[in-house]
Design a protein. Structure first.
Length: 141
């Protein structure tokens, strides 16, 4: 016989008893935990949870770009992806690329690519910067 239970009541009880934390923390036995008692150290996350996190992070990045660089959507689709990728990686530090962003906005893609390559970021991310720089320079993926 399959038992049924009140999911709403169980959810309330687990949130009350486990707590709900939106940032990772070490639990009482030293396991990295998040949410309502999710043991990241031993269980991690599923592929579908990873996809959901990525989709949410992309949406947050697009919203940030709309606010911080409202002209970014005037770029062609390939160069938009470059900017999204960089914003995803750098967050607000993207705004320190003043000359590079000015070149992008002005459709001087060679100068933008050169600015990208000349940055500390390019050295830190290696092959990623090479791929993104080529996309910026050529408009091709």
């Amino acid at each position: 016989m399959t038992e049924t239970f009140d999911m709403a009541a169980l959810t309330f009880e687990l949130k009350r008893d486990e707590g709900q934390r939106l940032k990772p923390y070490l639990d009482t036995v030293g396991k990295m935990t998040i949410g309502v008692g999710r043991n990241l150290s031993d269980i991690g996350i599923s592929h579908s949870e990873c996809t959901t996190l990525l989709e949410n992070d992309i949406a947050r990045t697009l919203t940030w770009l709309d606010h911080a660089l409202p002209w970014w959507r005037t770029l062609d689709m390939v160069r938009q992806r470059v900017l999204i990728n960089m914003a995803f990686n750098l967050g607000g530090k993207l705004l320190t690329f003043v000359d590079t962003l000015t070149a992008m906005q002005g459709a001087d893609y060679a100068a933008a690519a050169n600015g990208m390559l000349a940055s500390k970021w390019a050295k830190q991310v290696g092959a990623r910067s090479q791929r993104l720089t080529n996309m910026m320079r050529t408009g091709k993926a």
